[in-house]
Design a protein. Structure first.
Length: 116
């Protein structure tokens, strides 16, 4: 019997789309932030790299979170099918997998805050 992979694949596709969207949104903001930082003097050369680093941090963290939620979520559904009383434990594991995206967003905000 072949397992149903439609839900994890759909979740991964949505996560990839969101990660690409966030990355492009941050990259669109890069020229404006670089121009405002260029007036600050020597720190103007750091701003484009900070924007790129923040976009990469947020994008890769979102991709990793999507992959983790797909893996943990499918295992969680299988565990709940056999033992419904494991709902609380399963929710904690899925929440930890989702936390990876929040950590990436926090790192991106810290990078942008440090760049000025």
């Amino acid at each position: 019997m072949r397992p149903n992979l439609k839900v994890p694949a759909l979740l991964l596709a949505v996560t990839v789309a969101v990660a690409i969207g966030v990355t492009f949104m941050l990259l669109q903001m890069m020229p404006a932030a670089a121009q405002t930082a260029a007036h600050a003097g020597a720190e103007g050369s750091v701003a484009p790299w900070a924007m790129m680093a923040a976009a990469i941090a947020a994008g890769l963290a979102t991709l990793a979170a999507g992959y983790a939620v797909a893996a943990v979520g499918s295992a969680a559904v299988g565990a709940l099918a056999e033992k419904p009383e494991l709902l609380g434990r399963v929710l904690i594991l899925v929440g930890l997998a989702e936390g990876i995206a929040i950590y990436g967003l926090i790192v991106a905000v810290l990078i942008l805050n440090r760049a000025g």
